[in-house]
Design a protein around this ligand. Structure first.
Ligand code: ADP
Ligand code: MG
Length: 636
């Protein structure tokens, strides 16, 4: 519609006027209470702030007709109920220091806002007395005595009944229920010590849709169990414990191995001082930390908690407090990136258990992951590392039948966890089909002794614990990548001159793009020269790669160059380029390897950081313990 077509004169002019109080209330509410899930968030946060140990959330019709939050916290004395319902009244801060905020709430706005947008009833007990107060359209009823043994019940009915415009923007019951569930689960991750029950009470018998019992004991154990309950046992099985501190900023939590990645960023949870946040800075840091081990279309799974002095982070920047602002953003990002990279490097060659567990699951549908998970948990030492010399059996990539060996304890397969009986079984002395080069020393290594190669791509090795199958192409690709990176970092990648330069033809734009980066590429051992329009002569290739075809390599590098923004330099993407380069030097499937070569590959994998997954996040090997094998054969 063109500007001229608008019939401005048709609409009467509206006089400027003062909004009445109920309107003010609703506007404020609009900020905090956008949908049922935001009401649930405010009420559950209040319950947590009140020191509750159990919180029950009931809802009907996606929370539109009813939300009821019941807690066993310290409650509100009847005399203070009207105050709790008035704006800007809070027990959590005295207003002198808005920077030092230790609680979820601090604005004293949630209850009055909710009372303005729905019919609210609050029943609470404190100091031996219980009272009840109702609010509708912002108007308070007198407080009446009530019968309640402990804590607080807040019931919110008919959300937005007075504001049909808002009601219209609500989504389906299903979508609103999903949002409520998400809010409750996030808070449940933040508070493992608190029990949560989520119930759909709309029509028919109440249905528990989520439940998490209060966890006790070691913080990491408790968190790990809570995460398993929310994200699934597989996440816990595949997650690395993170605990790092930098200049007073601490990062804890769990981050999954790259092999347990997702197609979308659906399993990324961040908490700052216990508060669930969606924070661009942290999301970006997580991506950067995994950039080396995940292709760009895969997303890491993690639940990470940043804790620090509340003064170092501003929570007062978003009405729902779902965003925060770090006063030292560089420090926060650096902490996340370095802690995760370090953990991933330490996890080294271990691949996700997903593969093995999937296999076992397929063979034994009755062995549900939850059943596995609920097996008695042996004491685990999350942050405790055992050197290989101390624990040769510690390389337990996949056997985790009791749920929790691999992921949490980097090498922590201690005696208590060992499948009964196998710890003492020595590697068999007789090796009928063993390659002659294999020695007993090989068998004692985490990835064991190569026993053969099948389908010209898979190395089968026997370990003290079971067997390992290595994808030689994926493994080699990783090793080459790590070698390239190390070479690049120390002295530049050595080049090898081609006897006859390889001539490659591109579009002239692509040839120009490559040649524009010729200097930088020469540091990667790739020497390019112009050779007529759209044509490039390749004179040298990286020596590490051996004899390779230059054309496909250059095409891959072109892809990377196209992805570089004009402001970015090749150096800033060097890892991505090296990763592409590495693909070209890898032992392709189809190459026969001698026993010696295979064992050498296994030994190198054991000492190479991140060798448990290829550059694209696929596992480079899977391992089966004897226990797993016995399960496959129904012996267990
Ligand atoms: P805020 O949480 O920002 O203080 P609210 O409007 O959410 O503001 O709550 C107002 C006050 O009511 C709180 O400061 C607290 O003292 C009291 N309160 C609210 N909910 C509860 C609860 N579930 N248990 C105990 N006290 C509560
Ligand atoms: Mg509050």
């Amino acid at each position: 519609m063109a500007l001229d077509d608008r019939k401005i004169s048709d609409s009467p002019r509206v006089a400027i006027r003062q909004l009445d109080e109920s309107a003010i209330n609703r506007i404020a509410a609009g900020e905090v209470v956008e949908r049922p899930a935001s009401a649930v968030k405010e009420l559950v946060e209040n319950a947590i702030d009140a020191g509750a140990t159990r919180i029950e959330v009931d809802y009907a019709e996606g929370g539109k007709s009813l939300i009821r939050v019941t807690d066993d916290g310290h409650g509100i004395p009847p005399g203070e109920l009207p105050l709790a319902m008035s704006r800007h009244a809070t027990s959590k801060i005295d207003g002198t220091d808005l920077l030092d905020i230790q609680s979820f709430g601090f604005r004293g706005e949630a209850l009055p806002s909710l009372g303005a947008v729905g019919r609210l009833k609050i029943t609470s007990r404190s100091g031996g007395e219980a009272g009840v107060l109702s609010v509708a359209g912002g108007a308070l009823s007198p407080v009446k005595p009530a019968a309640l043994s402990k804590g607080t019940i807040v019931e919110l009915c008919d959300l937005f009944y007075a504001t049909p415009a808002r009601l219209k923007f609500l989504r389906s019951d299903r979508a609103e229920t999903q949002a409520i569930t998400d809010v409750v689960k996030r808070l449940a991750m933040a508070e493992p010590a608190i029990g949560f029950t989520l119930r759909d009470v709309g029509g028919g018998a109440p249905r528990v849709t989520f439940r998490a019992d209060p966890e006790t004991g070691d913080l990491f154990d408790a968190l790990s169990r809570r995460l398993a309950q929310i994200l699934g046992a597989e996440f816990a099985d595949n997650a690395l414990a993170i605990d790092a501190t930098r200049e007073g900023l601490r990062l804890t939590g769990f981050a999954a191995l790259p092999t347990y990645s997702r197609g979308a960023a659906v399993a990324q949870y961040f908490f700052v001082n216990g508060r669930p946040v969606r924070e661009k800075l942290l999301i970006g840091a997580l991506r950067a930390a995994y950039a080396d081990v995940l292709s760009r279309d895969r997303h890491a799974a993690a639940a990470l908690f940043v804790t620090c002095d509340p003064r170092r982070v501003d929570v007062n920047v978003h009405p729902a407090k779902s965003e925060v602002r770090f006063r030292e953003p560089g420090l926060a990002r650096g902490l996340v990136v370095s802690a995760l990279r370090h953990a991933l490097a330490e996890a080294g060659h271990r691949a996700a258990t997903t593969v093995t567990q999937g296999l076992l699951g397929a063979a034994q549908p009755q062995a549900a992951p939850s059943a596995r998970y609920q097996a008695p948990q042996p004491a685990r030492s999350l942050l405790h590392r055992v050197t290989e010399a101390q624990a040769p059996t510690g390389f337990d990539g996949a056997q985790a039948p009791t749920g929790f060996t691999d992921a949490q304890a980097p090498t922590g397969f201690n005696g208590a966890q060992a499948p009964t009986g196998f710890a003492e079984v020595p590697p068999p002395a007789a090796r009928i089909d063993a390659p002659p080069e294999t020695t007993d020393a090989d068998a004692a290594h985490p990835l064991g002794a190569a026993r053969g190669q099948i389908h010209e791509n898979y190395i089968v090795a026997q370990t003290a614990e079971g067997l390992v199958i290595v994808d030689q192409h994926a493994a080699h690709e990783r090793l080459v990548y790590e070698r390239l990176k190390a070479a690049y970092a120390s002295h530049g990648v050595a080049a090898q001159a081609l006897l006859i330069p390889e001539i490659v033809t591109f579009s002239s734009a692509d040839a120009d793009l490559l040649l524009a980066h010729a200097d930088e590429l020469s540091k990667l051992g790739l020497t390019l020269e112009p050779f007529g329009p759209g044509t490039i002569a390749v004179r040298e290739t990286p020596a590490l790669l051996g004899a390779i075809e230059a054309a496909p390599l250059l095409r891959d590098i072109l892809d990377e160059l196209h992805d570089l923004g004009s402001s970015q330099t090749l150096a800033s993407r060097i890892d991505a380029v090296l990763s592409r380069v590495a693909c070209h030097g890898s032992v392709r499937s189809g190459r026969r390897m001698s026993g010696e070569e295979m064992n050498a590959l296994l030994r190198e994998m054991e000492t190479t950081p991140l060798s448990g997954q290829c550059n694209h996040g696929r596992p480079t090997y899977v391992s089966l313990s004897l226990t797993d094998i016995e399960k496959l054969f129904g012996r267990r």
